[in-house]
Design a protein around this ligand. Sequence first.
Ligand code: CP
Ligand code: NVA
Length: 316
Amino acid sequence: MTDTPIRHFLTVDDLQPEELLAVLDLADDLKAERPTPASRASSTWGDVLHGKSVALIFEKPSTRTRVSFEVGVRELGGHPVVLTGQQLQLGRGETVADTARVLSRYVHAIVLRTFGQDRLEDLAEAGDIPIINALSDLTHPCQAVADLQTIREYKGTLAGLKLTYLGDGNNMAHSLLKAGAMTGMHVVIGHPEGYAPNGQIVDEARTLAEFSGGAITVTTDPETACVDADVLYTDVWASMGQESESTERAALFRPYQLNSGAMALARPDAIVMHCLPAHRGEEISAQAIDGDASVVFSQAENRLHAQKALLITLLT
Ligand code: CP
Ligand code: NVA
């Protein structure tokens, strides 16, 4: 057992707004120290996780999250243990709680990508080490932190910006609602009928926005959503686990595509964002994602810096 309280990161607002801004500042410092991969050896932070092991468990596929966490733990001097659910007894029905109790005896933190948010909560409840959410059906907070870092990098600020998310009211929409609300942004969700974000999360985001001077708008009108946006963001129409709904969703979601029409309504200097993986011609046009306004690969890079900042904040 530790003397200091265990810090989990299950949703963006597990950090206080000022802690979130400090994580973004640290992520910027970490990025500045690593202008190229070869420069990482001289990092001020290269030993900060020395002697610490971090279990990275993936119950769903991942490219960015898996690789950026594994590389990030290593660059901080720690030891990553990467596992799929199927490699663990978890995949054969061992409970999340027992897994948490056992792994707490071996490693210093668990990063989990899973289905229900309740699995992360159960892990946090039963273990005595920090738990980090690497995506659930409900939320994707690590992505949202990297997204804030990216927006600040390109726009110089967060407060007062209009961030428009087009598409499914899914895990990504939920975490952007919280992250934007905490940092004084106007977050607009433009979604098809029947695919609204979770009402409780919208209410929580509205409460957070009251404190930050931000605002939340949820609409089914994609054009109103895009007018004067500083940031246009989208995500897949069918998330992991919803593949069987792809055809049905494609027809309904078509008016919500992030394309030149959406960009024409936004501010002339608006940036285009997507957490990736992307489907060109579906939720985003090739012109939008591959055009000059797109920052999607900086977003992907910032996963590494933002997660290193989170690991330092939660584990040291
Ligand atoms: N954006 C994101 O989380 O990507 P992966 O699914 O590849 O980890
Ligand atoms: N909403 C997507 C995000 C992928 C990073 C999914 O859950 O599949």
